[in-house]
Design a protein around this ligand. Structure first.
Ligand SMILES: Nc1ncnc2c1ncn2[C@@H]1O[C@H](COP(=O)(O)OP(=O)(O)OP(=O)(O)O)[C@@H](O)[C@H]1O
Length: 470
């Protein structure tokens, strides 16, 4: 008797397992054939129950589901079941309410049945968040330019919907990390609670789906789907400007989510007030929470980002190279990353060492600031740093030996490395006249010829300065 019972149990587990696999196969076919929202709304909530001969029994949340699916997707469902189970294949719907497959999840942990882990696992993997796991807080480098946005993003990720940063509105220029931060928020929320409904999408994707929903008369479904989110993350909201219908619906979704304490995260290339064409009620709502900007990273942050990205690519470069790239690519982190990828690709494709010439060539190709010119101020800074003298002193009438030397070298290099006239150079050094500049130039030429040490110093300063120009 006992043996028979255990055989029965094993058989039951087998049919459940089969049912799961079969339904998974069906879902992958259905997913290919229906719009994303339809799939999420009507098919994902279905749970497989068991497989009996060629009959697959599935749980649906209520009768309305059965009616709706049969009315709209009867042919697809039948075709799919026949494809997976053969021509004899059949589908039987069972309504949840009578036989809740998540029953065990509602019980205290100690009473959970062993299958519950599998159910949780399944639930977790079902919902598509469109989050890129590559973008996390751990690999987002903190810098002065992103300090506030990063701190707010972390607070939101730790406590979605429960801080005053709702909505969190992040704005800033191209390639400065807005998208990265938004994904990091979503990833962290899910890391803490995988059952949360978090969705990331661009405003373009939102518009396209909305238009599709209008065309297929599914606007209510579309709206209900987004209103059911725990965290809604929409990137590049500026592209909604001028799309009145989409904005109206977005406004409703925003209100519902906000009123029910759900988190909203938005990004744009400008602050809400500058989104011309957006109506006042939306602008004011966007400003309800926190508006945080991201500024271009400073030199040190650029170097840190380069090092971090290199590490993730398994690439190790010298500090000089990192600094050279960071000097020349200043306003866009995507370009910094692009430069490393290109270096890696070129060196591995051509089996070439990553040397300074290759770096220079690639920086030139990648950088949008192709014409980085060397300024007299920059030359002065490099020379003064080298001699450890105050920059202001070389501009004053100071006749101390080391100041005079630094001034003359800076004037000489300004003449050699820039197209500035003698008069302009003189003006940069406390309004000295052109004959002083000529004198400095001639003196240095003589010294370079006579003294190997001076020649070496000048060469190294020249290299350093040239490194700042691609
Ligand atoms: N602080 C940072 N630390 C590490 N990587 C960063 C940082 N900021 C940006 N990045 C990287 O730079 C690239 C571009 O960033 P992202 O796509 O987030 O920019 P964006 O501001 O959304 O740009 P766009 O306005 O063009 O959409 C990404 O690969 C991202 O990982």
């Amino acid at each position: 008797m006992e043996l028979n019972q255990s055989a029965l149990n094993t058989e039951k587990i087998e049919t459940e397992k089969n049912a799961k696999d079969i339904w998974k196969e069906c879902l992958s076919i259905i997913k290919e054939n229906v719009p994303y929202i339809t799939y999420n709304t009507w098919f994902l909530p279905i749970k497989p129950h068991e497989l009996e001969n060629n009959t697959l029994k599935i749980f649906v949340p209520n009768n309305f589901f059965i009616e709706w699916i049969e009315e709209h997707y009867n042919t697809l469902i039948n075709k799919t079941v026949n494809q997976v189970l053969g021509p004899e294949g059949k589908l039987v719907y069972i309504v949840y309410e009578e036989n809740d497959p998540f029953e065990e999840l509602k019980q205290p942990t100690s009473e959970k049945k062993p299958e519950s882990a599998a159910v949780v696992e399944e639930k977790k993997s079902e919902f598509e968040s469109f989050l890129n796991p590559r973008y996390t807080f751990e690999n987002f480098i903190k810098g002065e330019g992103n300090q506030l946005a990063r701190a707010a993003a972390l607070a939101v990720a730790d406590n979605p919907g429960q801080t005053s940063f709702n909505p969190l509105f992040i704005y800033g220029g191209v390639g400065l990390g807005k998208t990265h931060l938004m994904h990091a928020i979503g990833n962290k929320i899910l890391e803490k609670d995988s059952n949360k409904k978090v969705i990331y999408l661009s405003s373009d994707a939102f518009t396209v789906e909305f238009v599709e929903a209008i065309q297929s008369d599914r606007v209510n479904e579309f709206s209900a789907f987004y209103k059911s989110m725990d965290t809604l993350i929409i990137d590049d909201i500026q592209f909604l400007v001028g799309k009145e219908k989409t904005l109206d619906l977005f406004f409703q979704i925003f209100n519902t989510l906000h009123q029910s304490g759900k988190q909203i995260v938005l990004s744009s290339d400008k602050p809400p007030k500058e989104l011309k064409g957006l109506n006042e009620r939306l602008i004011s709502r966007f400003s309800w929470g926190l508006t945080a900007d991201i500024q271009p990273p400073d030199f040190e942050t650029r170097v840190a980002i380069l090092k971090n990205k290199s590490e993730s690519f398994g690439l190790e470069l010298s500090n000089d190279i990192y600094e050279y790239i960071a000097h020349n690519i200043t306003s866009n982190i995507r370009e910094l990353e692009g430069c490393l990828i290109k270096l890696l690709a070129t060196s591995s494709l051509n089996s070439k060492e990553i040397d300074f010439n290759l770096v220079k060539k690639i920086v030139k190709e990648v950088s949008t600031n192709k014409q980085v010119s060397i300024s007299i101020d920059y030359i002065t800074k490099v020379v003064c740093d080298y001699f450890k003298v105050d920059e202001n002193k070389v501009r004053e009438k100071n006749r101390k030996k080391e100041i005079v030397l630094a001034r003359q070298i800076a004037m000489y290099l300004s003449k050699v490395l820039t197209k500035s006239s003698l008069k302009t150079i003189g003006l940069h050094f406390g309004g000295r006249d052109h004959s002083t500049v000529i004198h400095a130039y001639n003196t240095m030429e003589l010294l370079i010829e006579k003294d190997g040490n001076v020649k070496e110093i000048i060469e190294s300063l020249k290299n350093k300065i040239e490194m700042s120009a691609a």
